[in-house]
Design a protein around this ligand. Structure first.
Ligand code: SAM
Ligand code: SF4
Length: 410
């Protein structure tokens, strides 16, 4: 099961925020994340806060979930000043296990309470098994304009090790159906595919086939993540028992470079270490908001929010979440006020992973002293962008992003 929630400061029952949080609200992009905590089966590698029908228990149901989420949107409107919403992202779990009308109801509540910007990016994640042409058309009608499919691999034995249920041939079919339903760029939409590399037993040739199969679908955007063996998952237990090997660092690096080369040759450029897009318009604005200090409200059990340097997180179980909202209380479990130094450290951690690089002004003396050495080792370049000095990862630097961050933080 997913790990426990962190401790933090108590939150008032009405969820009200300190004045310091709401002071500059509306001057930064404002995003909504909506967590949908349901899956048909749990993939062995996944530790997200999600529940199969058997795991869910009493006090909550998929059918009543949208009502609770709408209630939280109303509570957000009661404690925040008004601001237009730039992006909405439905993730999970598997949002597309709910009826498109339920997902649309949450979207309508956000629009009614805050107002969606005319060019708002509205994404849903989708498991390839959970959609078809008709449901994709209904999602588009509800206002979704971006869809992100959990493809992971095109190779049956790899999908099997990951406990994925879909047939690899389903992915090109659902991408085509999404395009026909209006999710392509011609209709102002965008289609993304998620891939995972480094699964035990995946050969370099398997990984090449998966990237090539993804590219054959003509996606606008690809995310490729190295497999993380999360504590407490079925995958971690299999690795511990010696049934499966731990992903190997050199193999992961080779696979990253292989993917980056194939994606670049197909016209998809990296804009964050694990994300590639056809052009700037196809980048995920929602995720860019997380990485560049936007304000966001996370709806749903276990969802995290961040407004003006205050971060809070909701109770984790869907039944506890529904219960809080039904009794007129905030679903927030705890919160913390981020001090200036913590905000700076987070900026370094996130921004350096972007193609646009890290603003030099985010570095302290130790960080500035580390830059020449990193340039010398070929891990970063210094560049000027938007009138500011930036530190940008090289290709080799992208492979060692965590080590670069450690040096920059001194
Ligand atoms: C919520 S899931 C996507 C939507 C849908 N639930 C699905 O899996 O098709 C988000 C993405 O996180 C990635 N992910 C989840 N657990 C991971 C892990 N342990 N290592 C690497 N990537 C992981 C997968 O690529 C997955 O597509
Ligand atoms: S379908 Fe997605 S969210 Fe659900 S268990 Fe699998 S990876 Fe996790």
């Amino acid at each position: 099961m997913p790990s426990a929630l962190p401790e933090g400061d108590p939150v008032p029952a009405d969820g009200s925020l300190p004045e310091s949080a709401t002071a500059g609200f509306g001057t930064r992009p404002f995003l909504f994340y909506v967590h949908v905590p349901f899956c048909t089966v749990r993939c062995g590698y996944c530790d997200f806060n999600t529940y199969t029908a058997e795991e869910l228990g009493p006090g909550v149901s998929r059918a009543s979930y949208a009502g609770s989420a709408v209630e939280e949107v109303r509570r957000a409107a009661a404690v925040l000043p008004g601001a237009e919403v730039d992006t909405v992202f439905l993730g999970g779990g598997t949002p597309t296990l709910l009826d498109p009308a339920d997902l649309g109801a949450v979207l309508k509540a956000i629009d009614a309470e805050f107002g969606l910007a005319p060019d708002a990016e509205v994404t849903t994640e989708a498991n390839p098994d959970s959609v078809d042409r008709a449901s994709l058309e209904r999602l588009r009608e509800q206002g979704f304009n971006r869809i992100s499919f959990g493809m992971q691999s095109a190779v049956p034995h790899v999908l099997d090790t990951l406990d994925r249920t879909h047939d690899p041939e389903r992915v090109p079919r659902v991408v085509e159906a999404a395009r026909a339903a209006g999710f392509g760029p011609a209709e102002g939409g965008s289609i993304s595919l998620d891939l995972i590399y480094g699964t035990p037993g995946e050969s370099p040739g398997d990984w090449r086939s998966s990237v090539e199969a993804a590219l054959a679908c003509g996606p606008d955007h690809v995310s490729a993540y190295s497999l993380i063996v999360e504590d407490g998952t079925a995958l971690a237990r299999r690795v511990r028992r010696g049934e499966l090997p731990m992903p190997d660092e050199d193999d992961l690096a080779d696979k990253y470079l292989l993917a980056d080369g194939l994606l670049a040759d197909a016209g998809l450029r990296w804009y964050e270490v694990s994300n590639w897009a056809r052009d700037d318009a196809a980048r995920c604005r929602h995720n860019l908001g997380y990485w560049t200090g936007a304000d966001w409200w996370g709806i749903g059990p276990g969802a995290h929010s961040h407004v003006g340097g205050v971060r809070w997180w909701n109770v984790k179980h869907p039944a506890a979440y529904a219960d809080r909202l039904a009794s007129g209380r905030s679903p927030a479990h705890a919160r913390e006020v981020l001090d200036t130094e913590t905000q700076r450290v987070e900026q370094v951690l996130l921004e350096v992973r972007l193609r646009a690089g890290l603003a030099g002004s985010a570095l302290d003396d130790a960080g500035r002293t580390a830059v020449p050495g990193l340039v010398e080792r070929g891990l970063v370049e210094e560049s000027a962008w938007a009138g500011e000095d930036r530190v940008v990862l090289t290709r080799d630097g992208r492979l060692l992003a965590d080590a670069v961050v450690r040096d920059l933080l001194g």
